[in-house]
Structures are given as C-alpha cells and as structure tokens.
Write a protein that binds this ligand. Structure first.
Ligand code: ATP
Ligand code: MG
Length: 315
C-alpha cells in the first residue's frame, strides 16, 4: 500500500505518445540540431561581435547563478527529479572554471561533481557505461560530469588502441563499434530521461589558436605550471581527428531528451553566461515544486508548533 504522500504523480509528467512533456529542450542559438546537420567547421568558437560588455556579462552571470541557486533548493526539496550536466572539451577550453563559476552559489549538499580520467583496471572489467552509471545524480540533485562516457566515442575513437585494454568481444569493424556506442548512449540517456533525470550536454568549443595561447601561458606563468601536461601538446596534433569525432558524436546523440549545446569557448566570461543561462532555463522548465503536505502532515505540523512554542510566547 502506498500512502498518498508517496504516490502522487508529478504534475507535469503528462505523457503524450512519443513526446513526454519533460523532453522540452531549452532553445538557444548554440543548441545542436537533432537531425544530424551539425557542422563543426561552422560552429562558433568566438562570441558574436556585438556581444555584451564585460561588465554586463559579470552582472548577467551573477543573476543567472542566483536563479540557479533558488531553483536548486526547490529541486532538492521536491526530491523527484535530477539534472545531469555533461561537460566535454579539448584541453584548456575551460571546463573546470566554468563548472566552478556556474555552481559557485549552490548548496554543496545538492550537487555532485565527478571527473572521469583514464579508466581503472576495475572499470575496464565492465561495459563502458558502468563507471558513470554509478555516479548519476540522486533524485533532487544536480550532477556534473567533467568528461563522461562520451570519452568512449571521442578519445577512444581518435586512439582506437585504447580498445585493446577493453577486451571486447570480436567486432566487424571500428565503424560498427562507434555506431553501437552511439546507439547505447542514446538508449541509456532516453532511459534516464524517462526515469526523471534531465540531461544537458555542453561541448565547450575552443579554437586551436586560443588553446595554443592558453597552453603557452601555462608554461610561461610559474603558478600555472601544474596545469601543464605535455600530453596536451601531443593531443593537439590530432585536432582534426578530434573535431571529426565530436561532430559525429554530437550529431548522433543530440536529441530532445538529451540535447547538446556547442558553446563558443574562446571568451570565458561569455561562455560561462551561456552555460549558466541554459542551466537556469532547463531548471525552470523542470518546474520543481515544494512538496504538497497531506492533510495529516499539516495537522501534525500544527500540533508540533503548539508543543514547541516557548512558554508565554504567541505565534
Ligand atoms: P585538466 O587537464 O583540466 O586537469 P582533464 O580532464 O584534462 O583535466 P587529465 O588528467 O589531464 O584531466 O586528462 C584525463 C585524460 O583521460 C584525458 O586525456 C581523457 O581523454 C582521458 N580519458 C578519459 N576517459 C577515458 C577513457 N574512457 N578512455 C581513455 N582515456 C580516457
Ligand atoms: Mg588535461
């Protein structure tokens, strides 16, 4: 038996065949279309010329972060839906800084950030969705993936030698592997969406020139030395291969239930505002609400209020 408090269908979960209401992707000029027509060579790495000033961007970011904070609190109280933010990018595009800037104001209890690097031996003993599946945000929480299962169709596609460590069953061709992985990812994300997780994915799109400048700065500024890795330089050599892999992955997996946004990353303040705006709008669209109290619970609250009232005080 369910008590009424446990078994109230979400108000907004009115399902229409083929188009559940929770699959309303937030519109934004950087959203990757769902029909496979995304061309990475035409995707901006720089903001529009007549974009907002630095001062306006700063004010906008502050306002967006405050709005996200308010909605997060309600999402947490509602405890029925979760939001997953996936970040993918070339090195030095600014994933960490963006995650920090956008989530700065949030209550850490309602947020879970995970970074995914090269898989461990234990992780390699499982299917490629295993390690991230265990780190999905709990109901009421916002989860952030700094890199994700998409590495399996990005870095692994650029360097198929990584497949050797995965000890897969025999396969016909590499093309078949990527095709199956896109299919698995689409199914996995659709399953999560149906079950209450909104997923939005950000590709922070930096140009090779800007990346070169940032890596150079890491070498010239002693306090940034720790950020420099010579493997970043090695990966730069594979820029075209990475861009091909991103284009294919974004086209194959940008869907209404889990849209990709390709955000220009050459200008960090602009990028952060775009990400914060999309997170804010998505949370707004999820429309979290404080849970309704049952008549019994309300009556119990009144009784508790009476019993806790300090002597001689009125409400
Ligand atoms: P930063 O450089 O900002 O500290 P990062 O995310 O680049 O952060 P690194 O330790 O530099 O972290 O790199 C992690 C590396 O792990 C990346 O090159 C990434 O492509 C690689 N990686 C992640 N997942 C996989 C995977 N499934 N298979 C192989 N390599 C992976
Ligand atoms: Mg790195």
């Amino acid at each position: 038996m369910y008590s009424t408090g446990e078994w109230v269908p979400l108000r907004r979960m009115v399902f229409h065949p083929g188009e559940p209401s929770m699959w309303n992707p937030v519109e934004n000029s950087y959203r990757v279309p769902f029909d496979g027509s995304f061309k990475i060579e035409h995707a901006d790495t720089r903001p529009p010329q007549s974009g907002p000033s630095r001062k306006d961007l700063k004010a906008q970011l502050k306002a967006e972060v405050a709005a996200v904070d308010t909605l997060q609190e309600i999402l947490f109280a509602e405890d029925r839906q979760s939001l997953l933010l996936v970040f993918q990018a070339m090195d030095a595009a600014g994933k960490d800084g963006t995650i920090r800037a956008v989530l700065r104001g949030l209550n850490p209890a309602g947020c879970q950030v995970f970074s995914f690097k090269q898989p461990s031996a234990r992780e390699l003993d499982h299917d490629f969705l295993w390690r991230t599946a265990q780190r999905m945000p709990e109901r009421g929480k916002i989860g952030i993936f700094n890199r994700s299962y998409y590495e399996e169709v990005l870095v692994v596609r650029v360097h198929p030698k990584f497949l050797g460590m995965q000890r897969l069953p025999p396969y016909e061709s590499l093309e078949q592997i990527w095709k199956h992985r896109y299919e698995s990812i689409r199914d996995h994300e659709q399953h999560l969406a149906r079950d209450g997780t909104r997923i939005i994915k950000f590709f922070l799109h930096v140009s090779p020139d800007e990346q070169g400048k940032r890596l150079h700065r890491r070498i010239t500024k002693p306090k940034n030395h720790w950020k420099f890795s010579s493997s970043d330089l090695a990966e730069r050599e594979y820029w075209t291969e990475y861009m091909d892999a991103y284009e294919a992955a974004l086209n194959a997996t940008s869907r209404p239930w889990a849209p990709w946004y390709s955000i220009p990353a050459d200008d960090k303040p602009f990028m952060r505002v775009q990400v914060a705006q999309i997170v804010h709008k998505t949370l707004k669209d999820m429309d979290p609400r404080y849970p309704d109290l049952s008549d019994e619970d309300r009556a119990a609250l009144v009784a508790h209020r009476e019993s806790l009232r300090p002597e001689g005080e009125e409400d």
